[in-house]
Design a protein around this ligand. Structure first.
Ligand code: THU
Length: 134
């Protein structure tokens, strides 16, 4: 059972570590593994902009590199300064998430006052993946 308030809080804390001198848009994420362990991430930008890594991907790569497989939920909190809007995962992150998690992964978004939950399958239908490579 995922504690949504807890993972939103951890994502909000992780956001404080964002390295985002170019956009000023800081993002934090908290990923929950099937065994209950949690991994946080923040965005890490680069002067060569395309080398920027999003918060969600940092959280996933930390978990996978720690040997984790199987994921329940990921909270994402982002904005410039105070959180006022939901931050949805970018297209590149949706592709990476779909490689590593199933379509039932819960994506927990927070706008500073309310959260909403959608699934990866809802955000990224008809995705291209390993099933398509034969
Ligand atoms: N960003 C994330 O970390 N996650 C998202 O889902 C959306 C975008 C980051 C990338 C970049 O550092 C900044 O937000 C502005 O695009």
């Amino acid at each position: 059972m995922v504690n949504y308030q807890e993972i939103i809080s951890k994502a909000t804390d992780a956001r404080k570590n964002a390295y985002c001198p170019y956009s000023g848009f800081s993002v934090g994420a908290c990923l929950v593994c099937s065994d209950g362990k949690m991994y946080t991430g923040c965005n890490v930008e680069n002067a060569s902009y395309g080398e920027t890594v999003c918060a969600e991907r940092v959280a996933f790569l930390k978990a996978v590199s720690d040997g984790k497989r199987g994921f329940c939920a990921i909270a994402i909190v982002g904005g410039k300064g105070e959180i006022t809007d939901f931050t949805y995962p970018c297209g590149s992150c949706r592709q990476v998430l779909s490689e590593l998690a199933d379509s039932g992964l819960e994506i927990v978004l927070f706008n500073g006052s309310e959260h909403k939950i959608c699934t990866l399958g809802q955000l990224f239908p008809n995705s291209f993946g390993s099933k398509d490579i034969k």
